[in-house]
Design a protein around this ligand. Structure first.
Ligand SMILES: [Zn+2]
Length: 301
C-alpha cells in the first residue's frame, strides 16, 4: 500500500524564523552577503531582496498566518533603535510576532530590553551569535537571561556551528554546544529556540532537547531543496546521524520543533522548505505540531 504524502494545503503555518529589518539595514545586509557569503556558497543568490512591506504581503499570500520579526545588532549602538522600529512595524503588521534584540556592549541594554519585553510586549529576543562578539554564556548577559525567565519570554539563538566549511564554524563565531551547555546549566528554566536544529551539532542538541523541557529547535535551512545545491550533502542531518535517528527524533519530539524558513535570506522559493519537510513523511500530528501548534503555544497566539 502506498501512502499519499501530505500536501502544503493540509496544514496551517506559523514561521518561527523570519527576518525583518529597516530598509537601510536590509541593504547593508544584502551587500554584506554578496561580499562575505557568496565566496563560500557560490550558488546562493537571495531572491527576496525586497523592502519589509513587500515581504510581509508575500509571505501572508503564501499561506503563513504568523511570522517572527527576527533582527539583531551585530555591534553596540543599534539594538534600541531596531526594537523601536520593530514596535512600529508590528503596529501595521498584526500577524508579525515581535522579537527584539540586545547587545551587551551597550550600557543601557537591560533598560531597552526590558522596555521591549514589557512596554512593547515583545514575545522574546533574538541573539545572532554567528556575527556578534559575545557568547551566550557571557556574564554580562546573566541579568538579561534572568529577566527573560521572570517575564516568561523566549530567546531565539543561532547556537550551533553551521554554516561553515567541512562542518567547522565560520572562524571567530561565538557558537557551539559547549557554550550553550554552560548557559543551560545557569538558566535551565529559560525557554529557548535553537535555530537550524542546532546544526551541525545535531545529535548533541537533540540530546539536550530530550533532556531539557524548555529547549526547542527550528528547522530553518536544514532541508533546503536539493536542486539549490546550497550545502554539501554530507552536511545534511540524515547524512550525519542517519535518517532513522532524525526521523524518530522528529516524531518523538515533534512538540519541541518549530517550522522556520529563514525568509527572506533564502536563495529558493519560500514554500520549498515546507515541501522538503513534507517529504519526511512524519505523522499528521507531528506535522501539525511542527508547522503550527508549537509556535501557537510558545508565542501565545
Ligand atoms: Zn536566520
Amino acid at each position: 500500500m502506498t501512502i499519499e504524502p501530505f500536501k502544503r494545503s493540509d496544514f496551517r503555518y506559523i514561521d518561527a524564523h523570519t527576518h525583518f529589518f529597516p530598509e537601510k539595514l536590509f541593504k547593508a545586509i544584502w551587500s554584506y552577503w554578496d561580499r562575505v557569503y557568496i565566496p563560500f556558497f557560490p550558488t546562493w543568490k537571495n531572491i527576496y531582496e525586497w523592502p519589509a512591506s513587500e515581504l510581509t504581503a508575500f509571505i501572508e499570500n503564501e499561506g503563513t498566518q504568523y511570522y517572527t520579526t527576527l533582527n539583531y545588532a551585530h555591534k553596540p549602538g543599534l539594538a534600541a533603535n531596531l526594537n523601536d522600529w520593530t514596535f512600529e512595524f508590528c503596529k501595521t503588521n498584526p500577524n508579525a510576532i515581535p522579537f527584539g534584540t540586545a547587545h551587551p556592549g551597550d550600557d543601557d541594554f537591560l533598560e531597552y530590553a526590558e522596555k521591549a519585553l514589557t512596554e512593547y510586549q515583545f514575545r522574546g529576543l533574538k541573539l545572532q551569535l554567528m556575527v556578534t562578539d559575545f557568547f551566550i554564556h557571557d556574564k554580562r548577559l546573566d541579568p538579561l537571561h534572568k529577566m527573560m525567565k521572570d517575564l516568561d519570554k523566549v530567546l531565539i539563538v543561532h547556537a550551533g556551528t553551521a554554516p561553515g566549511i567541512d562542518q567547522q564554524p565560520v572562524p571567530g563565531a561565538k557558537v557551539g554546544v559547549d557554550a550553550f551547555k554552560t548557559y543551560l546549566d545557569k538558566f535551565p528554566d529559560n525557554k529557548v529556540i535553537v535555530a537550524h536544529m542546532g546544526g551541525y551539532e545535531y545529535e548533541k542538541f537533540f540530546k539536550i532537547v530530550e533532556q531539557s523541557p524548555n529547549i526547542y529547535l527550528d528547522t530553518a535551512m536544514v532541508w533546503p531543496p536539493p536542486e539549490s545545491e546550497l550545502f554539501p550533502e554530507e552536511d545534511a542531518p540524515g547524512r550525519i546521524l542517519g535518517d532513522e535517528r532524525v526521523l524518530s527524533f522528529m516524531e518523538s519530539c515533534s512538540n519541541r520543533i518549530l517550522f522556520g524558513s529563514d525568509y527572506p535570506f533564502i536563495p529558493f522559493s519560500y514554500g520549498s522548505q515546507i515541501d522538503e519537510l513534507l517529504k519526511l513523511q512524519l505523522s499528521k500530528g507531528a506535522f501539525e505540531n511542527i508547522f503550527y501548534n508549537n509556535a501557537k503555544g510558545l508565542f501565545d497566539l
